[in-house]
Design a protein around this ligand. Sequence first.
Ligand code: HEM
Length: 413
Amino acid sequence: MSQKARNIDAETPISEIDVSDPRLYADDTWGPLFARLRREAPVHYCYKSAYGPYWSVTRYDDIMAVELDHAAFSSSSEHGGIQIADPPPGAQYVNFIRMDPPRHTAQRKTVAPIATPTHIAKLEGLIRERTAKVLDGLPRNETFDWVDKVSIELTTMMLATLFDFPWEDRRLLPYWSDVAVANLDAPDSPVKTQEERVAELTRMGQYFAKLFEERARKPPRVDLISMMVHSEAMRTQPQHEFIGNLTLLIVGGNDTTRNTMTGGLLALHENPDEWAKLRANPGLVPSLVHETIRYQTPVIHMRRTATRDTELGGHEIHKGDKVVMWYVSGNRDESSIPEPNRFLVDRARPRSHLSYGAGVHRCVGERLADLQLRVLWEEILRRDMHIEVVGRPVRVYSNFLRGFRSMPVRIRA
Ligand code: HEM
């Protein structure tokens, strides 16, 4: 399958196009395939793939239509959840991103206060202090890995704060996140079998269970564990749901922001005129943040399952069909976003993107991510740091999360 996807070219019949191959994202070669689908078959049926047959939704407006109709297009794990890959039998961790209303609504409400404007405003000072410390501690005139030293470090610190997690153990968080989302076939996967994955995540559950007990004995506070343990909706969750929701919050708060921190630097490096605009006008940082989130599109797709026969883009979708919204494609849709393939720090409507999804599942943590990214770029500009990408970034082998394993950089002193 992978080999076939790599060999797809302009001559390939449209019916044979399969955009699910993780190699397309590891090699970053997905662009022309999606451009063709948007042009020739914006709602496209792939008959055969490693994940079974599926519909691809590739235009901005069609993706929005699916997002906003959660009754017809379900996220529920009962139907297969939110990834193109069906969950392996017997290993289903339930969490609220894989639920439909009303259960989804109650659980989402429990954790949403972590990202209210008031709480976020309180966190800004702490985030700025930590960001400054990390940036000041980076080597000068020496090659180092931006992913490890900046992106992972900053997002891990943030997550540890949100959970009030033991500080010295905080690197367990990105490790568990990697375990949870790893493509088992990937050469650098931290776990090689589903059994290993389940064993690691069970260990994670045990670690958190101790924190749960401890927080239950204390009065409620604004940290994610305390919020869960003191809530009606989540206090009594069964073990598999507890692990599932922890994983959701860890992956949600970790990979996405992390990869935007790396993708933003790469985009600026590849567009020196945009760097120059930004240096000349640091007031563009909020716009830069939205543009990097669009341009990077850290979540490649979300999947839904049709709960009834319905119509989309002139096609009949049947009950039970797998429908995949390709955010990477919607964010490059020339009929909705002017010059979508350009990275522009002063784009006219930078918030018009699909990276956070839409509708009832729209990202809970978006304000937090925006804040972390804004502070990072403000502090980089304040220090007038000149950061060069000095080697090829290594991208993640996944059709779900668009990310980086490593990216060598050098800061000119
Ligand atoms: C640039 C950073 C981020 C991106 C691009 C991103 C993207 C997304 C996307 C695409 C969804 C699904 C939306 C849909 O189905 O319509 C989502 C949901 C979610 N995100 Fe984020 N996210 C980011 C940061 C965060 C952070 C920092 C947190 C937590 C601290 C977080 C927590 C969640 C949660 C809990 C959900 C599930 C919401 C629900 O099902 O109701 N995300 N995110």
